[in-house]
Ligand binder design. Sequence first.
Ligand code: ZN
Length: 139
Amino acid sequence: MSVQYSSEEPVPAPPLVWENAGFWEGAKSHQLLFQRCKECGTWVHPPRPACPKCRSFEKEWSPSSGKGVVHSFVTYRESPHPAFKAPYSVVLVEMEEGVRLISNMVDTAPDDISIGMTVEVVFDDIAEGLTLPKFRKVG
Ligand code: ZN
């Protein structure tokens, strides 16, 4: 089970700005990329101009392992937007790199999600030019 989208209502797209363009371009080609500081190696997400550790502006887009654990989650029993059909869950995944990513689960019913669950990224091409990194249970 994953998020069901309404065919009548367009899915709200994430705003594309220069800071996050690498993340969304990576998703389109089914790669999970996070910013990484070229000075100190710190992984950075959400994207931002300066490294939170050393304040360097020198960053590059680096591939994630795509693996992590569910740090927290919430299940919507009523839809907050007509494009999304409830129930569905929003998960906060702590990636192996230490950054956290908010997304949805695929092939996992809301009642089967648990904190600490090991997950891996999958890519959902939900619309022309829009791919969302999502997660599935491992094991
Ligand atoms: Zn740094």
